[in-house]
Design a protein around this ligand. Structure first.
Ligand code: ADP
Length: 466
C-alpha cells in the first residue's frame, strides 16, 4: 500500500506533543509491514535541507513552493511561511502565528495535489492519511478532484480545530460551495477540522474510548453532531509506543538501564532525578512525576490543588512542562512552598522527560480528557505505574489496580485518594514489584495498531491515479 502521511510535526525533526511521536513511529511500523509510506510536512527552520532533493516547483495559493525529498520525508518548502524560530504553531513567546490559516492551508493544498490527478510526482499514493486540523483541508480540496486517492482523517485532539475568519475562504481558494453546514462552515467561521471530518472517506481517532466520547456533547467540542452523522466511518485505533526510543533497557538519557528482571537498578535513576531537581535524596520517599503541556486539559490545576496533601502523605513531586502562565505559576509556587519535596521544571526537555519516567515511582496524569496519551504507556514500560483520570485512552491502556490506578472525578481530592490507594501497595514491596512487572511486560508496540491502520487503508484505498 502506498500511503502519503501528512502531519504538522514529526519527531525528532520537530515535536510539541504526542502527534510528533506518532508521526515518526506509525509510518515506520507500517513500512516494517511492507507498506510504502512517505511523510509530508513543512520544511521548518529546524529541519536541515542538506541532502534534500528538489522534486517539484509549484505555484499554489499564490505562492512559490518547492517539494523536497529527504529520506522517507517529503518537505513543503515555503520559507516565507515556515522558516522561523518557534514551534510549528506558535512563536517563541507562545503566541499562535497570525498566518496559521495560510501556513496549514498550504500544507493541506500540497497534500491534496500529491494525492490527486495533477501530482507532479511519479510516486502516487493510494491513500492520503491526514492528521489533525493543520492537514484537514486536504480532503476538502481533493473532493473536487476528478481522480484522487482515498482519504483518512485522524483526530489526535478534537479540542484543536483550526477556526478562522470566513473571509479567508477565497485566499485559501476553497470553492464557495464548501462554506456550508455540510462543509467547512462552523458558526459563521471557517473550520479546518470540520472540513476534514465532513469530506474524508474515513475518520479515526487514537483510542476506542475517545472514539465514543467525542460523540457526546460533553467531549464533542461542538463537533459531536458532525461526528454522529459520520459514526459509520469512525473508529478508534490505540497509539503504540516506539520501543526503540522508550525502552529502559537501552535508553541513553537515563542514569542506569534496567528491565523487569533488574528493577533494583531503577533506584539509581530516582537518585539521579532527585539530585538533578534538588529534591531530598531519600530512597524511601515515594516520588511522583508528571510531564506534559501545562493546560486545563492535562488537569495541571488538579495537581496544583493536591500538592500540599501529597507532601503531607510523605511524597515528593516533580513536574516538567510548560504552557499556560497560571499553571506554570501555580506549580512554581508549590515548589517554592516545599523546597526539597516539590520540584517544577519549566520548559520542553526530552532528556529530563526520560529521566522522570525512569526515576519516579509513580506517574501522574490527571487529564480532564485524553484522546490517547502516551506517557502512561511509557511509564508502564518503565516500571513507573500511572495514577490517572479514567478518561479516553487512559481507560484503554491502564488496568486499574493491576498496572496503575484510575480515578473518576476531576477533583484534587480524587487524585489524592488514588495516590493514597497506590501508596498502600507501594508500601508492600512484593505487591508493588508485581504491579511494575505487569506493566513492563505488556505489549504496547506499534505492530498491532499499524495492522489496524493498514486494514483501514485497504478499505478506503483508491487505484493510483495514472
Ligand atoms: P499531548 O499530545 O496531548 O501533548 P501525549 O501524552 O499524547 O500528550 O504526548 C506527549 C508527548 O510529549 C510525550 O512524548 C511527552 O513525553 C512529550 N512531552 C510533553 N511535554 C514535554 C516537555 N515539557 N518536555 C519533554 N517532553 C514533553
Amino acid at each position: 500500500m502506498r500511503v502519503l502521511f501528512v502531519t504538522p510535526e514529526c519527531a525528532p525533526l520537530t515535536k510539541t506533543g504526542g502527534l510528533g511521536d506518532v508521526a515518526a513511529a506509525l509510518p515506520a511500523a507500517l513500512r516494517a509491514q511492507g507498506n510504502d509510506v512517505r511523510v509530508l510536512l513543512p520544511r521548518y527552520r529546524e529541519i536541515d535541507p542538506a541532502g534534500a532533493e528538489e522534486r517539484a516547483q509549484l505555484r499554489l495559493l499564490g505562492m512559490d513552493v518547492r517539494v523536497l525529498e529527504k529520506g522517507d520525508c517529503l518537505l513543503v518548502d515555503a520559507p516565507a511561511l515556515y522558516d522561523r524560530d518557534g514551534n510549528p504553531y506558535q512563536d517563541a513567546a507562545g503566541v499562535d502565528w497570525p498566518d496559521n490559516a495560510l501556513r496549514f492551508g498550504l500544507l493541506s493544498r500540497v497534500a491534496a495535489l500529491l494525492a490527486g490527478s495533477a501530482s507532479p510526482l511519479a510516486w502516487r499514493p493510494e491513500v492520503l492519511h491526514c492528521n489533525d486540523w493543520p492537514t484537514a483541508l486536504a480532503p476538502v480540496y481533493l473532493h473536487f478532484e476528478p481522480a484522487r486517492s482515498g482519504t483518512v482523517m485522524t483526530v489526535h485532539n478534537l479540542a484543536f480545530q483550526g477556526i478562522f475568519d470566513a473571509a479567508l475562504l477565497e485566499r485559501l481558494e476553497l470553492p464557495r460551495a464548501t462554506f456550508a453546514i455540510e462543509g467547512v462552515e462552523f458558526y459563521g467561521r471557517l473550520s479546518f477540522l470540520k472540513g476534514g471530518l465532513v469530506y474524508a472517506d474515513a475518520i479515526s481517532t487514537v483510542s476506542p474510548t475517545y472514539a465514543r466520547e467525542i460523540l457526546t456533547e460533553e467531549l464533542g467540542c461542538g463537533l459531536d453532531g458532525v461526528l454522529r452523522e459520520r459514526r459509520g466511518v469512525l473508529r478508534g485505533i490505540l497509539n503504540g509506543v516506539d520501543g526503540e526510543i522508550w525502552n529502559p533497557m537501552t535508553d541513553p538519557h537515563i542514569a542506569e538501564r534496567y528491565s523487569w528482571t533488574s528493577l533494583e537498578r531503577k533506584a539509581a535513576n530516582k537518585l539521579a532525578l532527585q539530585s538533578r531537581l534538588n529534591l531530598a535524596p531519600e530512597p524511601q520517599a515515594p516520588l511522583l512525576g508528571m510531564v506534559g503541556r501545562f493546560t486545563h486539559q492535562k488537569g495541571v490545576d488538579l495537581l496544583a490543588g493536591a500538592v500540599d496533601e501529597l507532601v503531607q502523605l510523605g511524597a515528593q513531586v516533580c513536574v516538567l512542562g510548560h504552557g499556560e502562565h497560571e499553571h506554570e505559576a501555580a506549580l512554581s509556587a508549590a515548589a517554592a512552598r516545599h523546597p526539597g519535596r516539590v520540584a517544577c521544571a519549566i520548559g520542553f526537555n526530552e532528556e529530563l522527560a526520560h529521566l522522570i519516567e525512569a526515576g519516579a515511582d509513580m506517574f501522574l496524569m490527571p487529564s480532564r480528557f485524553e484522546p490517547c496519551g502516551l506517557n502512561q504507556m511509557y511509564s508502564q514500560r518503565y516500571g513507573t505505574p500511572p495514577v490517572a483520570r479514567a478518561t479516553g485512552g487512559l481507560i484503554d491502556t491502564i488496568m486499574d489496580g493491576e498496572t496503575g490506578f484510575l480515578f473518576a472525578p476531576a477533583e484534587s481530592a480524587a487524585l489524592v485518594a488514588a495516590v493514597t490507594r497506590a501508596l498502600a501497595i507501594y508500601g508492600d514491596a512484593r505487591r508493588w514489584r508485581e504491579l511494575q512487572r505487569r506493566g513492563m511486560t505488556r505489549d504496547f508496540s506499534w505492530a498491532g495498531p499499524a495492522r489496524q491502520y493498514a486494514g483501514l487503508y485497504a478499505a478506503h484505498a483508491r487505484a493510483p491515479v495514472p
